[in-house]
Design a binder for this molecule. Structure first.
Ligand code: SF4
Length: 378
Protein backbone atom coordinates (compact mmCIF):
# COMPACT_ATOMS: atom_id res chain seq x y z
CA UNK A 1 0.00 0.00 0.00
CA UNK A 2 1.56 3.27 -1.06
CA UNK A 3 1.43 5.82 1.72
CA UNK A 4 0.17 8.69 -0.39
CA UNK A 5 -3.04 10.48 0.36
CA UNK A 6 -4.41 9.88 -3.14
CA UNK A 7 -3.74 6.16 -2.86
CA UNK A 8 -6.63 5.79 -0.38
CA UNK A 9 -9.03 6.97 -3.06
CA UNK A 10 -7.64 4.50 -5.59
CA UNK A 11 -9.93 1.44 -5.82
CA UNK A 12 -7.11 -1.07 -5.51
CA UNK A 13 -5.55 0.67 -2.52
CA UNK A 14 -8.93 1.13 -0.85
CA UNK A 15 -9.56 -2.62 -1.20
CA UNK A 16 -6.15 -3.41 0.20
CA UNK A 17 -6.77 -1.13 3.20
CA UNK A 18 -10.19 -2.73 3.74
CA UNK A 19 -8.88 -6.31 3.41
CA UNK A 20 -6.17 -5.73 6.00
CA UNK A 21 -8.71 -4.27 8.42
CA UNK A 22 -11.32 -6.99 7.79
CA UNK A 23 -8.81 -9.73 8.54
CA UNK A 24 -7.66 -7.99 11.70
CA UNK A 25 -11.24 -7.33 12.81
CA UNK A 26 -12.13 -11.02 12.40
CA UNK A 27 -9.40 -11.86 14.91
CA UNK A 28 -9.58 -8.89 17.26
CA UNK A 29 -13.15 -7.59 17.48
CA UNK A 30 -14.35 -7.09 21.04
CA UNK A 31 -17.30 -9.16 22.17
CA UNK A 32 -20.03 -6.53 22.65
CA UNK A 33 -23.70 -7.24 23.42
CA UNK A 34 -25.06 -5.54 20.27
CA UNK A 35 -22.66 -7.47 18.02
CA UNK A 36 -24.02 -10.94 18.84
CA UNK A 37 -27.38 -10.52 17.18
CA UNK A 38 -27.59 -7.90 14.45
CA UNK A 39 -30.79 -6.12 13.61
CA UNK A 40 -31.77 -2.56 12.81
CA UNK A 41 -33.48 -1.93 16.14
CA UNK A 42 -30.58 -3.15 18.29
CA UNK A 43 -28.23 -1.05 16.16
CA UNK A 44 -30.43 2.03 16.54
CA UNK A 45 -30.45 1.66 20.33
CA UNK A 46 -26.75 0.89 20.66
CA UNK A 47 -25.72 3.78 18.39
CA UNK A 48 -27.89 6.20 20.38
CA UNK A 49 -26.32 5.00 23.64
CA UNK A 50 -22.77 5.07 22.28
CA UNK A 51 -22.89 8.74 21.25
CA UNK A 52 -20.62 10.50 23.77
CA UNK A 53 -20.56 7.50 26.13
CA UNK A 54 -17.81 4.90 26.43
CA UNK A 55 -18.48 1.30 25.41
CA UNK A 56 -17.95 -0.11 28.91
CA UNK A 57 -20.61 2.20 30.35
CA UNK A 58 -23.14 1.19 27.68
CA UNK A 59 -23.06 -2.62 28.02
CA UNK A 60 -25.22 -2.98 31.12
CA UNK A 61 -27.79 -0.24 30.29
CA UNK A 62 -28.11 -1.73 26.78
CA UNK A 63 -29.04 -5.18 28.14
CA UNK A 64 -31.49 -3.62 30.62
CA UNK A 65 -33.09 -1.49 27.90
CA UNK A 66 -33.46 -4.43 25.50
CA UNK A 67 -35.02 -6.60 28.22
CA UNK A 68 -37.74 -4.00 28.79
CA UNK A 69 -38.13 -2.86 25.16
CA UNK A 70 -37.24 -5.88 23.02
CA UNK A 71 -38.52 -4.39 19.75
CA UNK A 72 -39.11 -1.01 18.19
CA UNK A 73 -42.89 -1.03 18.73
CA UNK A 74 -42.58 -1.77 22.46
CA UNK A 75 -40.23 1.21 22.73
CA UNK A 76 -42.58 3.43 20.71
CA UNK A 77 -45.47 2.48 23.02
CA UNK A 78 -43.48 2.99 26.24
CA UNK A 79 -43.82 6.18 28.28
CA UNK A 80 -41.12 8.85 28.10
CA UNK A 81 -40.73 8.58 31.86
CA UNK A 82 -39.84 4.91 31.64
CA UNK A 83 -37.46 5.48 28.74
CA UNK A 84 -35.64 8.18 30.74
CA UNK A 85 -35.54 5.98 33.83
CA UNK A 86 -33.89 3.17 31.82
CA UNK A 87 -31.39 5.69 30.42
CA UNK A 88 -30.00 6.41 33.88
CA UNK A 89 -26.23 6.28 34.05
CA UNK A 90 -25.74 7.22 30.40
CA UNK A 91 -26.27 11.00 30.63
CA UNK A 92 -27.18 13.23 27.66
CA UNK A 93 -30.88 12.43 28.09
CA UNK A 94 -31.82 14.28 24.91
CA UNK A 95 -30.60 11.17 23.05
CA UNK A 96 -33.17 9.05 24.91
CA UNK A 97 -36.01 11.36 23.89
CA UNK A 98 -34.87 11.39 20.27
CA UNK A 99 -34.57 7.59 20.24
CA UNK A 100 -38.10 7.36 21.63
CA UNK A 101 -39.32 9.77 18.92
CA UNK A 102 -37.48 7.75 16.23
CA UNK A 103 -39.20 4.56 17.42
CA UNK A 104 -42.59 6.30 17.21
CA UNK A 105 -41.80 7.53 13.69
CA UNK A 106 -40.85 3.96 12.69
CA UNK A 107 -44.10 2.62 14.20
CA UNK A 108 -46.27 5.32 12.57
CA UNK A 109 -44.57 5.86 9.22
CA UNK A 110 -42.64 2.66 8.43
CA UNK A 111 -44.97 -0.08 9.63
CA UNK A 112 -42.87 -0.80 12.71
CA UNK A 113 -39.86 -1.88 10.61
CA UNK A 114 -36.52 -0.05 10.90
CA UNK A 115 -35.63 1.38 7.45
CA UNK A 116 -32.67 -0.29 5.77
CA UNK A 117 -31.19 2.51 3.67
CA UNK A 118 -29.20 5.49 4.91
CA UNK A 119 -31.35 8.07 3.11
CA UNK A 120 -34.55 6.93 4.87
CA UNK A 121 -32.81 6.43 8.20
CA UNK A 122 -31.63 10.06 7.98
CA UNK A 123 -35.24 11.23 8.08
CA UNK A 124 -35.73 9.80 11.61
CA UNK A 125 -35.49 12.10 14.66
CA UNK A 126 -31.98 12.17 16.11
CA UNK A 127 -30.45 10.10 13.30
CA UNK A 128 -27.54 11.90 11.65
CA UNK A 129 -25.25 10.92 8.82
CA UNK A 130 -22.99 8.81 11.03
CA UNK A 131 -25.81 6.77 12.64
CA UNK A 132 -27.64 6.30 9.34
CA UNK A 133 -24.43 5.09 7.68
CA UNK A 134 -23.56 2.79 10.58
CA UNK A 135 -26.95 1.03 10.59
CA UNK A 136 -27.27 0.88 6.80
CA UNK A 137 -23.76 -0.50 6.27
CA UNK A 138 -23.16 -2.67 9.34
CA UNK A 139 -26.62 -4.26 9.54
CA UNK A 140 -27.85 -4.09 5.93
CA UNK A 141 -24.61 -4.03 3.90
CA UNK A 142 -25.18 -0.72 2.09
CA UNK A 143 -22.09 1.04 0.73
CA UNK A 144 -22.66 3.96 3.09
CA UNK A 145 -19.70 5.81 4.63
CA UNK A 146 -19.38 6.55 8.34
CA UNK A 147 -17.16 9.02 10.17
CA UNK A 148 -17.04 9.36 13.93
CA UNK A 149 -14.18 10.57 16.13
CA UNK A 150 -12.37 7.22 15.90
CA UNK A 151 -12.65 7.02 12.10
CA UNK A 152 -11.53 10.63 11.68
CA UNK A 153 -8.46 9.97 13.82
CA UNK A 154 -7.48 6.88 11.82
CA UNK A 155 -7.81 8.74 8.51
CA UNK A 156 -5.99 11.84 9.80
CA UNK A 157 -3.06 9.69 10.90
CA UNK A 158 -3.05 7.35 7.92
CA UNK A 159 -2.82 10.32 5.55
CA UNK A 160 -0.87 12.57 7.97
CA UNK A 161 -3.21 15.31 6.92
CA UNK A 162 -3.20 18.56 8.92
CA UNK A 163 -6.47 19.96 10.23
CA UNK A 164 -8.82 19.71 13.16
CA UNK A 165 -12.03 17.73 13.60
CA UNK A 166 -14.91 20.16 13.32
CA UNK A 167 -13.20 22.22 10.57
CA UNK A 168 -15.18 22.04 7.36
CA UNK A 169 -12.31 20.98 5.09
CA UNK A 170 -11.05 18.37 7.53
CA UNK A 171 -14.48 16.82 8.05
CA UNK A 172 -15.29 16.87 4.32
CA UNK A 173 -12.02 15.10 3.57
CA UNK A 174 -12.75 12.38 6.13
CA UNK A 175 -16.16 11.74 4.56
CA UNK A 176 -14.52 11.57 1.10
CA UNK A 177 -12.04 8.99 2.34
CA UNK A 178 -14.77 7.00 4.08
CA UNK A 179 -16.88 7.06 0.90
CA UNK A 180 -13.94 5.93 -1.16
CA UNK A 181 -13.31 2.97 1.14
CA UNK A 182 -17.01 2.00 1.38
CA UNK A 183 -17.35 2.15 -2.41
CA UNK A 184 -14.53 -0.22 -3.18
CA UNK A 185 -14.39 -2.90 -0.47
CA UNK A 186 -16.40 -6.10 -0.71
CA UNK A 187 -17.94 -5.88 2.78
CA UNK A 188 -18.38 -2.18 3.61
CA UNK A 189 -20.15 -2.84 6.92
CA UNK A 190 -17.32 -4.96 8.29
CA UNK A 191 -14.69 -2.50 7.10
CA UNK A 192 -16.58 0.45 8.57
CA UNK A 193 -16.84 -1.28 11.90
CA UNK A 194 -13.19 -2.34 11.72
CA UNK A 195 -12.00 1.26 11.21
CA UNK A 196 -14.01 2.35 14.25
CA UNK A 197 -12.64 -0.56 16.26
CA UNK A 198 -9.08 0.28 15.21
CA UNK A 199 -9.58 3.87 16.37
CA UNK A 200 -11.04 2.73 19.68
CA UNK A 201 -8.51 0.04 20.58
CA UNK A 202 -5.26 0.50 18.60
CA UNK A 203 -5.10 3.94 16.99
CA UNK A 204 -6.07 5.46 20.32
CA UNK A 205 -6.14 9.18 20.96
CA UNK A 206 -3.09 8.95 23.20
CA UNK A 207 -0.32 6.44 22.70
CA UNK A 208 -1.37 4.66 19.47
CA UNK A 209 -0.20 1.04 19.35
CA UNK A 210 1.33 1.14 15.85
CA UNK A 211 3.27 -2.11 16.43
CA UNK A 212 -0.03 -4.02 16.41
CA UNK A 213 -1.76 -2.05 13.67
CA UNK A 214 -2.80 -3.94 10.51
CA UNK A 215 -2.32 -0.86 8.27
CA UNK A 216 0.91 0.53 9.66
CA UNK A 217 2.87 -0.15 6.47
CA UNK A 218 0.85 2.40 4.57
CA UNK A 219 0.46 4.87 7.40
CA UNK A 220 2.04 8.29 6.89
CA UNK A 221 1.42 9.26 10.50
CA UNK A 222 3.40 6.22 11.66
CA UNK A 223 6.11 6.99 9.10
CA UNK A 224 6.40 10.52 10.49
CA UNK A 225 7.41 9.09 13.87
CA UNK A 226 4.83 11.25 15.65
CA UNK A 227 1.43 9.78 14.81
CA UNK A 228 -0.31 11.44 17.73
CA UNK A 229 0.37 14.85 16.18
CA UNK A 230 -2.66 14.01 13.99
CA UNK A 231 -5.35 15.22 14.07
CA UNK A 232 -4.61 18.66 15.50
CA UNK A 233 -6.35 19.41 18.76
CA UNK A 234 -9.15 21.96 18.91
CA UNK A 235 -8.79 24.69 21.49
CA UNK A 236 -11.79 24.52 23.76
CA UNK A 237 -13.90 27.47 24.82
CA UNK A 238 -13.25 28.42 28.45
CA UNK A 239 -15.42 26.46 30.88
CA UNK A 240 -17.91 28.23 33.10
CA UNK A 241 -18.92 27.33 36.64
CA UNK A 242 -22.50 27.51 37.86
CA UNK A 243 -23.90 26.77 41.29
CA UNK A 244 -26.91 24.54 41.97
CA UNK A 245 -28.28 24.93 45.50
CA UNK A 246 -30.38 21.86 46.19
CA UNK A 247 -32.86 21.33 49.02
CA UNK A 248 -33.51 17.67 49.89
CA UNK A 249 -36.85 17.30 51.72
CA UNK A 250 -37.49 13.85 53.19
CA UNK A 251 -40.47 12.44 55.05
CA UNK A 252 -41.70 9.05 56.19
CA UNK A 253 -44.01 7.19 53.79
CA UNK A 254 -47.63 7.01 54.93
CA UNK A 255 -48.13 3.40 53.95
CA UNK A 256 -44.84 1.66 54.62
CA UNK A 257 -41.81 1.99 56.81
CA UNK A 258 -39.98 3.87 54.08
CA UNK A 259 -38.87 7.35 53.17
CA UNK A 260 -40.16 9.71 50.50
CA UNK A 261 -38.33 12.58 48.85
CA UNK A 262 -39.89 15.69 47.34
CA UNK A 263 -39.07 16.00 43.61
CA UNK A 264 -39.81 18.73 41.10
CA UNK A 265 -39.67 18.46 37.34
CA UNK A 266 -37.10 20.50 35.41
CA UNK A 267 -38.21 22.88 32.63
CA UNK A 268 -39.08 21.71 29.11
CA UNK A 269 -35.76 22.88 27.65
CA UNK A 270 -32.13 23.00 28.66
CA UNK A 271 -29.95 20.76 30.80
CA UNK A 272 -31.75 17.58 32.01
CA UNK A 273 -34.98 18.83 30.41
CA UNK A 274 -38.19 17.44 32.05
CA UNK A 275 -36.22 15.19 34.42
CA UNK A 276 -36.91 14.97 38.15
CA UNK A 277 -34.76 16.32 40.98
CA UNK A 278 -35.02 17.77 44.48
CA UNK A 279 -35.96 21.49 44.50
CA UNK A 280 -33.05 23.62 43.35
CA UNK A 281 -31.98 27.22 42.80
CA UNK A 282 -29.38 27.79 40.09
CA UNK A 283 -27.08 30.78 40.09
CA UNK A 284 -23.91 32.11 38.46
CA UNK A 285 -22.32 32.45 41.90
CA UNK A 286 -22.62 30.85 45.29
CA UNK A 287 -25.60 32.18 47.24
CA UNK A 288 -25.47 33.24 50.88
CA UNK A 289 -27.58 31.15 53.36
CA UNK A 290 -30.07 33.97 53.99
CA UNK A 291 -30.72 34.29 50.25
CA UNK A 292 -31.42 30.56 50.13
CA UNK A 293 -33.84 30.90 53.05
CA UNK A 294 -35.97 33.41 51.16
CA UNK A 295 -35.37 31.77 47.75
CA UNK A 296 -36.77 28.46 49.00
CA UNK A 297 -39.55 30.20 50.99
CA UNK A 298 -38.30 28.72 54.29
CA UNK A 299 -38.78 30.10 57.78
CA UNK A 300 -35.43 28.67 58.93
CA UNK A 301 -32.02 28.85 57.29
CA UNK A 302 -31.37 25.58 55.40
CA UNK A 303 -28.61 23.29 56.69
CA UNK A 304 -25.73 22.60 54.30
CA UNK A 305 -24.77 18.90 54.37
CA UNK A 306 -22.53 18.35 51.37
CA UNK A 307 -21.04 19.89 48.23
CA UNK A 308 -19.40 18.43 45.16
CA UNK A 309 -18.48 19.35 41.61
CA UNK A 310 -19.98 17.75 38.50
CA UNK A 311 -18.47 18.32 35.05
CA UNK A 312 -20.58 18.43 31.90
CA UNK A 313 -19.24 18.94 28.38
CA UNK A 314 -19.11 22.72 28.61
CA UNK A 315 -19.37 23.65 32.26
CA UNK A 316 -18.66 22.76 35.84
CA UNK A 317 -21.62 22.56 38.18
CA UNK A 318 -20.99 23.05 41.89
CA UNK A 319 -23.76 21.30 43.79
CA UNK A 320 -24.54 22.61 47.29
CA UNK A 321 -26.71 20.07 49.08
CA UNK A 322 -29.01 21.36 51.84
CA UNK A 323 -31.90 20.12 53.88
CA UNK A 324 -34.65 22.37 55.22
CA UNK A 325 -33.98 22.04 58.92
CA UNK A 326 -31.96 20.17 61.49
CA UNK A 327 -33.52 16.86 62.62
CA UNK A 328 -36.37 17.34 65.04
CA UNK A 329 -37.12 20.95 64.11
CA UNK A 330 -40.34 22.20 62.59
CA UNK A 331 -41.08 20.88 59.12
CA UNK A 332 -40.90 23.29 56.19
CA UNK A 333 -43.99 24.52 54.35
CA UNK A 334 -44.31 22.62 51.09
CA UNK A 335 -46.66 25.25 49.64
CA UNK A 336 -44.27 28.12 50.40
CA UNK A 337 -41.37 26.18 48.96
CA UNK A 338 -43.11 25.35 45.68
CA UNK A 339 -44.50 28.87 45.34
CA UNK A 340 -40.99 30.27 45.84
CA UNK A 341 -39.75 28.04 43.00
CA UNK A 342 -42.47 29.12 40.57
CA UNK A 343 -44.86 26.18 41.23
CA UNK A 344 -43.17 23.46 39.14
CA UNK A 345 -44.73 19.99 38.68
CA UNK A 346 -43.85 18.03 41.83
CA UNK A 347 -44.37 14.72 43.57
CA UNK A 348 -43.32 12.82 46.69
CA UNK A 349 -41.51 9.69 45.56
CA UNK A 350 -40.50 6.69 47.65
CA UNK A 351 -36.72 6.50 47.58
CA UNK A 352 -36.92 2.73 46.94
CA UNK A 353 -38.76 3.52 43.71
CA UNK A 354 -36.58 6.28 42.28
CA UNK A 355 -35.63 3.93 39.42
CA UNK A 356 -39.10 4.48 37.98
CA UNK A 357 -38.33 8.13 37.22
CA UNK A 358 -35.71 9.86 35.12
CA UNK A 359 -33.16 11.40 37.49
CA UNK A 360 -29.66 12.49 36.51
CA UNK A 361 -26.69 10.79 38.18
CA UNK A 362 -25.76 13.81 40.34
CA UNK A 363 -29.33 14.12 41.61
CA UNK A 364 -29.37 10.43 42.56
CA UNK A 365 -26.10 11.02 44.38
CA UNK A 366 -27.55 14.03 46.21
CA UNK A 367 -30.51 12.01 47.49
CA UNK A 368 -28.24 9.15 48.54
CA UNK A 369 -26.06 11.57 50.51
CA UNK A 370 -29.07 13.10 52.30
CA UNK A 371 -30.48 9.67 53.23
CA UNK A 372 -27.15 8.47 54.49
CA UNK A 373 -26.64 11.62 56.62
CA UNK A 374 -30.10 11.16 58.09
CA UNK A 375 -29.38 7.51 58.94
CA UNK A 376 -26.09 8.47 60.63
CA UNK A 377 -27.91 10.93 62.87
CA UNK A 378 -30.49 8.46 64.12
S1 SF4 B 1 0.00 2.78 12.21
FE1 SF4 B 1 -0.33 3.82 14.12
S2 SF4 B 1 -0.99 5.88 13.57
FE2 SF4 B 1 -1.18 4.61 11.74
S3 SF4 B 1 -3.30 3.94 11.72
FE3 SF4 B 1 -2.09 2.37 12.75
S4 SF4 B 1 -2.15 2.86 14.95
FE4 SF4 B 1 -2.83 4.67 13.81
Amino acid sequence: MSPSEESLLDPHQARSFGDALSLWFGRSARDLPWRGQRDGYRALVSEAMLQQTQVDRVKEPFERFMARFPDVVSLANGSEEEVLALWQGLGYYRRARLLHAAAQAIRDQHGGVVPQDAATLLSLPGVGRYTAGAIASIVFGERAPIVDGNVARVFARFTARPGKPGDRDFDARCWELASSVASHVSKPGIVNEAIMELGATVCRKHDPDCDHCPVRQGCLGHASGEPDRFPEVRTRAPRTTIHHHVLVCLRRSDSEDGVEVLLVQRPEKGLWARMWQPPSIESGKEMAPDMLTSGFGLSHQPVGIHRFEHRTTHRDIMFHVNRPEAPGETAFSEDDLLRGLGSPAHRWQQVERLDELGLSNPHRRIIDVAISKQSDER
